[in-house]
Design a protein around this ligand. Structure first.
Ligand code: APR
Length: 230
């Protein structure tokens, strides 16, 4: 049984990480254009660094919830037959026991040097413009895929979907492509699909089955079903 799981901000909501598309349309008080685009970074790098430094520091105050832990249990049994693709930049899947996670929108705990192109695990701050551990130039930026940039791991994600028996989308509004299109790719290949989300996503009609409620309740239940059928 090969499964591809796509997760979004909803899987981390019960851990206390705010989702993106709240009623006010702001991301933690900021317009996404200001903090999640290359143009925003060029206009005010100090603001953008301070923003991501705060998000990175906030990881210390959150913990994986039952949805992350259930996916960790599933990976322990399925191994490489499970591919977790996340749009989230937190590390809660890893702390929940999943180790092969494709972070298509980058990671808070990674920095990318604009001078030499190398990436480094990064737990500290960037606003103080530290020197790159590789080349020494102070051009490190958050390793986050901003709007207008190319998501990571697209080849591996497409290959995993092509070989999957089941595609499951958890906690994502289905508003941002290419992730929102994975279900269409799965459907075109005749792969069964399941949505687990608090409410119907924008693409809910593409799924064979949809379950609506909290990821912390529904994901452990679904994982138990899958493990019970093996
Ligand atoms: N359980 C399940 N789903 C939940 C929960 C919960 N406890 N809480 C919220 N949700 C759902 C919401 O109903 C919403 O449909 O999670 C979804 C979160 O949607 P978004 O905030 O749009 O997050 P996401 O889909 O991950 O955003 C995609 O957009 O801003 C960019 O790059 C950013 O990766 C992000 C991408």
């Amino acid at each position: 049984m090969r499964i591809v799981v796509l997760t979004g901000a909803g899987v981390s909501a019960e851990s206390g990480v705010p989702t993106f598309r709240d009623a006010d349309g702001l991301w933690e008080g900021h317009r996404v254009e200001d903090v999640a685009t290359p143009e925003g970074y060029d206009a005010d790098p100090g603001l953008v660094h301070a923003f991501y430094d705060a998000r990175r520091a906030a990881l210390a105050d959150v913990a994986p919830n039952p949805a992350h832990l259930a996916l960790g249990r599933l990976e322990a049994v399925l191994g490489h037959d499970l591919t977790i693709v996340t749009q989230n930049v937190d590390d809660l899947h890893e702390r929940g026991g999943a180790h092969h996670v494709l972070h298509m929108h980058g990671e808070l705990l990674s920095a990318w040097c604009r001078a030499c192109g190398h990436r480094f695990r990064w737990e500290g701050t960037l606003a103080d413009r530290p020197a790159c551990p590789g080349c020494g130039v102070s051009e490190l930026r958050p390793d986050i895929v901003w709007f207008g940039e190319m998501p990571y791991e697209m080849d591996r994600i497409s290959a995993a979907i092509a070989e999957a028996d089941l595609f499951v989308s958890i906690g994502t509004s289905g508003a941002v492509y290419p992730a929102a299109g994975f279900v269409i790719e799965a459907r075109a290949r005749g792969i069964r699909s399941l949505e687990i989300n608090l409410e119907p996503s924008e693409g809910t009609h593409w799924f064979d089955e949809a379950r609506h409620g909290k990821a912390g309740d529904l994901v452990p239940r679904w994982v138990d079903e899958v493990l019970g059928r093996l």
